[in-house]
Design a protein. Structure first.
Length: 52
């Protein structure tokens, strides 16, 4: 059985389809917006307008 480390529980979770979904905590630790339209972006980026 695979053990989970703290990064897995704090920084992302797996979606129903098996994709990694990064949490708001991960984005804040990274320190900047990647402008990819992430689901939990704390920086307010809007991919429709391409602005924060």
């Amino acid at each position: 059985m695979r053990r989970r480390n703290s990064m897995e529980t704090d920084d992302f979770y797996l979606s129903e389809k098996g994709y990694r979904v990064f949490t708001e905590a991960y984005h804040l630790k990274r320190g900047y917006c990647c402008e990819s339209g992430c689901r939990h972006c704390p920086y307010g980026y809007d991919p429709k307008t391409n602005h924060q």
